[in-house]
Design a protein around this ligand. Structure first.
Ligand code: KG4
Ligand code: ZN
Length: 337
């Protein structure tokens, strides 16, 4: 269902839920600019330091928005609305984006649109063709969430399964930390795994009933295994890095795939999408496509720039909210969980 719109809609969207300061410009459903400033500082600490993240957002937000407007060739007076991520995320980081968006909407006297971060990850599938039609299943895998969502409409969905402890992105990042790799470790595990044997070290697949996930046991067994091996051979990690990355990645993906296959069987839905930062993982993308071919699914895998946190997905979700005239009140724009 593509909305029938008579008037031009131009939206500036801001994403600041975690450690990326991002701004995007959308014009009538098309992304004209998608800018992001990452924060290298957290690499030093092996994870995100919330206080440093909000300070960096404060420094980055103005230049990132200015670059997005310039790239899109849009003057701020042409904007129809300002969108921002209203959660979930780090409260200090969210507040920077929210305050900026609110002030700009107030100054320009245009509507403010609050977007749920996880909904935006799913709606990133509506940026480019081919777009899924409803209903579809989305395996949403990020640093803070792991969910199987049945999407019935743009803003109507049901969570069929979710992690009861760590998110899959956390499982990647914590395993990487155990191996002495810097934060965020997911992309590095992906890189080293490409030259490794996924069956070199078999890690036990989590045994969860139904469609829920659990990753904390897998992480602990990985930790204990490495600790034991290091006692026998202090060079164990460096001598086996590729195989260790390939093996832990294989265990995480096996668990992710088992439940999405079950969800597809239970619902009879054959349109399967992947979203969130972990959807940038090369092996997960390949395995989902291969499984899709075997099972006659239509698979939807986002372009790399729309996998990890970005403002284009916020803009896309905001576009559908604009169509519904679903705006925030400027006096009170609450955060979302
Ligand atoms: O969606 P996202 O950018 O932020 C959250 O909403 O959390 O996801 C970040 C997560 C991190 O855990 C990061 O390690 C993981 O996505 N990630 C990856 C890859 N690229 C990012 N995990 C595995 N393989 C990748 N290539
Ligand atoms: Zn995210």
């Amino acid at each position: 269902m593509t909305p029938n719109l008579r008037k031009d809609i131009t939206i500036l969207a801001i994403e600041s839920s975690c450690d990326d300061t991002a701004a995007a410009i959308l014009h009538n459903g098309k992304i004209l600019a998608n800018e992001v400033a990452g924060q290298k500082i957290h690499e030093l600490y092996g994870g995100i330091v919330p206080e440093l993240a909000s300070r960096a957002h404060q420094q980055n937000i103005l230049p990132v928005v200015a670059i997005a407007l310039k790239t899109a060739g849009i003057d701020k007076n042409q904007l129809s609305a300002i969108a921002y991520t209203k959660g979930p995320g780090l409260i200090g980081s969210l507040m920077v984006g929210c305050s900026f968006a609110k002030s700009m909407a107030q100054a320009l006297n245009i509507p403010l649109i609050g977007v749920h971060h996880m909904q935006a990850h799913v709606l990133a599938h509506f940026i480019d063709e081919p777009k899924p039609s409803f209903p579809f299943l989305c395996l949403t895998v990020s640093g803070g969430h792991t969910q199987i969502v049945k999407m019935n409409d743009y803003f109507e969905g049901a969570i069929l399964g979710k992690t009861i402890d760590d998110a899959s992105g956390e499982a990647f990042d914590k395993s990487a930390k155990i191996l002495g790799l810097p934060y965020p470790g997911g992309p590095l595990i992906d890189k080293y795994a490409q030259s490794g044997n996924p069956k070199a070290f078999p890690f036990p697949a989590p045994n969860m009933p139904g469609l829920d996930y659990s990753f904390s046991g897998l992480k602990t067994s990985f930790l204990y295994f490495i600790q034991k091996q290091l006692v026998l051979n202090p060079k164990f990690i460096e001598e086996n890095l590729n195989d260790l990355c390939a093996s832990i990645q294989h265990a995480i993906i096996k668990h992710l795939m088992k439940k999405i296959i079950l969800a597809a069987e239970q619902t009879g839905i054959k349109q399967i999408a992947l979203a969130g930062g972990v959807s940038a993982n090369s092996s997960l993308r390949n395995i989902l496509m291969e499984e899709g071919q075997k099972r006659n699914w239509q698979t939807y895998i986002p372009a790399f720039e729309y996998c990890t946190d970005n403002a284009a997905m916020i803009a896309m979700a905001a576009y559908y909210k604009f169509v519904k005239q679903d705006f925030e009140m400027l006096e009170c724009a609450p955060f979302a969980r």
